[in-house]
Write a protein that binds this ligand. Structure first.
Ligand code: ZN
Length: 159
């Protein structure tokens, strides 16, 4: 059975950046299970998986445009400290839910200079090329329920 739209796909993966640093891995843990063709995973990885079968192993290099997007400078903003009312200490690396230009998202504090707080609404991996080592563990047709919900059910499901 091959990976195609509307299939539930289980993969093990190790994600590294171009400097060779490991950013994330499912190895030694449960495989990642996702619904193919629904944008559940980044476009470059979804594309690379299309047509693969259980047991296939491959490595793929994904440019930022097909991963978490380019780093958008206009998503970096300087805000007055007064906007962070109720937070005792605002520190670099803190993350907040916020409405940013592209909609609700997570912003990260990237600089604190007196009362000027610089936040970045880009995904932390925006602008990074990514390398995935992938092993396809299982491929099965998704159920009607899964297709209606746009995600896979099973272990770790929210239902
Ligand atoms: Zn559901």
């Amino acid at each position: 059975m091959q990976v195609a739209d509307n299939m539930a796909v289980s993969i093990h993966y190790t994600l590294t950046n171009d400097a060779g640093e490991e950013l994330d891995s499912s190895v030694g843990d449960e495989p990642l299970v996702y619904l193919h063709g629904m944008g559940n995973i980044i476009p470059g990885l979804e594309k690379a998986l299309t047509g693969k079968s259980a047991g296939d192993k491959f490595n793929v290099h994904i440019e930022p445009a097909d991963a978490y997007g380019e780093h958008e400078d206009d998503m970096v903003q300087v805000l007055p400290r007064a906007m962070f009312e109720g937070i005792d200490t605002v520190e670099v690396g803190m993350q907040f839910h916020a409405d940013v230009s592209s909609g609700p998202g997570i912003v990260t504090v990237v600089d604190v200079d007196g009362d000027d707080i610089t936040i970045d609404g880009n995904h932390p991996l925006a602008g990074e090329a990514l390398n995935f080592d992938v092993e396809v563990v299982a491929v099965r047709p998704a159920t009607q329920d899964e297709l209606a919900h746009g995600h896979v059910h099973g272990a770790g499901c929210h239902h």
